[in-house]
Design a protein around this ligand. Structure first.
Ligand code: NAD
Length: 430
């Protein structure tokens, strides 16, 4: 099929390249010239394992990019993969979705054939039906269910394994309100379903599809927070939390995934999605107490890590290495990374901060242009008084004699990844 994807960030680029690989003709529409140029030159604009190869293979053939919304006119369906960040009060900021829906509507005014518009972004229940559809109707002069259909297909890929996750999904959720829309979605996803070995396809309503994405993320974020809560209790008793969590993860009712304790969750999804669904629930008069507690526990973990450092010394004037800047291994995305909270606090306390990450340094430089950045973990440790391990990149597990280059050898490990050795003042957060 001919598909257009509006928004070409982590999700938009990944799904475009994967749909092209699955045999569709795909055009990415983005307002960012640099992203468009990069894609047309056959280079993925983001770091994601396997994505470079797919973009290089299909660019100029089944995959192209443009800033011109008119490209939509040659396609059968459009996916909206725009950012849905938080407003200051935590509620969802739909400005990019609204702008894109209006631009899409103006373009669709020129189209004679029916069109399918699929919300791929994470949006609170009722957004597609009450905000996106009406915007497109207003700008196009067309009617939902007649000249165009709307649908919702939440995305469950994880950064760092985005291509693999998209191509081997645990489930595909298709929310629609007409047979015609379901049929088109079936056609779009047929090659993926076949390649992925028949994963469950959940056909549901549009608002249910929207809520499934929030429920999914809320559950996972809460599971990690519960693991952290339990690990914090373990620490009070001198009990090894890893042994406890590994053991409970063997219970099939619990499962071991997302049961690791540490510095907590960050990234571009869990923080904003928990905030958005909490704000949306409150706006309807429901107080989501358990979810708010999960957020509170998560907010506390970096503070607990800094307390462990401050138990050793006042950071003022000390050189502190922050190892790991991305919000998790395998990605260069630093949005809402725990390292940002740590660095902010360290700078406020007057510390001299050196950051290191295998791939995320340039993105972090945009947040903190004035701290030092090392080109290797070993470099970051030279003359550092303390090292805070914020992301569990594998290479940190291999650090050993490099710690000898530190001045004071304080290592606070937020991810329980460093191998303990003699001469280190080592403490694990959990
Ligand atoms: P992103 O910020 O990486 O990319 C968004 C892209 O949209 C950017 O390239 C931006 O230039 C473009 N854009 C903004 N306004 C535009 C407009 N009016 N017209 C055309 N392009 C425009 O965002 P992302 O991480 O890909 O997330 C997109 C959506 O997918 C969000 O709702 C997010 O919650 C959801 N999601 C993200 C992930 C993830 O791991 N990143 C996973 C699942 C779902």
């Amino acid at each position: 099929m001919e598909l257009s994807i509006i928004g070409s960030g982590y999700v938009g680029t990944t799904i475009a390249a994967c749909f092209a690989d699955l045999g569709h003709d795909v055009v990415n529409v983005d307002i960012d010239d640099a992203i468009v140029d990069s894609l047309n030159a056959g280079q993925a604009p983001i770091h994601e394992p396997g994505l470079d190869e797919l973009v290089e293979t299909h660019a100029g053939d089944r995959l192209r990019a443009t800033t011109d919304y008119d490209a939509v006119l040659d396609t059968d369906a459009t996916f909206l993969a725009l950012p849905t960040p938080s407003n200051d009060d935590g509620s969802i900021d739909l400005s990019a979705m609204k702008a894109a829906a209006s631009s899409l509507g103006e373009t669709l005014a020129q189209k004679d054939d029916a069109h399918l518009v699929v919300t791929k972004s994470t949006v609170v229940p009722t957004t597609t039906v009450e905000v996106i559809g009406p915007r497109i109707e207003e700008a196009s002069g067309k009617t939902v269910g007649e000249e165009f259909d709307i649908a919702m297909n939440p995305e469950f890929l994880r950064e760092g394994t985005a291509v693999e996750d998209f191509l081997s999904p645990d489930k595909i959720v298709l929310g629609a309100q007409s047979e015609r829309a379901y049929e088109q979605l079936d056609e779009i996803f047929a090659s993926l379903v076949e390649r992925a070995g028949d994963p469950p396809v959940v056909k549901t309503g549009i608002s249910e599809a929207e809520m499934i994405k929030y429920a999914n993320n809320a559950f996972l974020a809460s599971k990690i927070s519960l693991a952290n809560d339990l690990a914090n209790i373990c620490k009070e008793f001198g009990v090894d939390s890893e042994e406890v969590l590994d053991a409970i993860g063997l219970d099939a009712r619990i499962g071991s995934a997302f049961l690791g304790a540490g510095l907590g969750w960050g990234g571009s999804c869990f923080p904003k999605d928990t905030a958005a669904i909490i704000a949306a629930a409150r706006a309807r008069g429901y107080e989501p107490r358990l979810l708010q507690a999960a957020v509170d526990v998560n907010d506390e973990q970096p503070k607990r890590m800094l307390e462990l450092l401050e138990d050793r010394f006042d950071p003022e004037g000390k050189r502190v290495a922050v190892l790991g800047l991305s919000f998790k291994p395998g990605t260069d995305d630093v949005r809402n990374s725990r390292a940002i909270l740590l660095i902010d606090h360290l700078l406020d306390a007057g510390a001299d901060v050196v950051g290191y990450d295998p791939v995320a340094t340039e993105n972090m430089r945009a947040h903190f242009p004035n701290i030092d950045y090392a080109t290797s973990a070993a470099d970051a440790l030279v003359d550092a008084d303390a090292a805070l391990v914020a992301t569990d990149w594998d290479e940190f597990a291999a650090l050993d004699a490099q710690f000898d280059e530190m001045r004071e050898r304080v290592v606070i490990d937020g991810r329980r990844i460093v191998t303990r050795r003699d001469g280190l003042d080592y403490e694990s957060l959990v």
